[in-house]
Design a protein. Structure first.
Length: 76
């Protein structure tokens, strides 16, 4: 079960590196559910979640669904 810091909310502008550092358990979820391998890429150091998703074709409703899923996973 993931435990979220109540002061932290994943947003489109969340740096991928910050997400990985604070919640490494979300990495497996994103890879398994969304094929979001960007988390293992060297660009994760500089990209936001939205930029990485866009570069991997996850845009629009698909991105919003992914973002909601991340936050839901972290709340559980």
């Amino acid at each position: 079960m993931m435990k979220v810091d109540e002061s932290f909310h994943i947003s489109p502008s969340t740096p991928i590196s910050e997400l990985i550092e604070l919640y490494p358990e979300v990495v497996d979820f994103l890879i398994e559910e969304y094929d979001f391998y960007c988390l293992q890429c060297f660009m994760a150091e500089w990209e936001t979640l939205e930029e990485g998703a866009r570069n991997h074709g996850i845009v629009g409703k698909d991105f919003q669904e992914m973002l909601s899923s991340i936050n839901l996973q972290l709340e559980q």
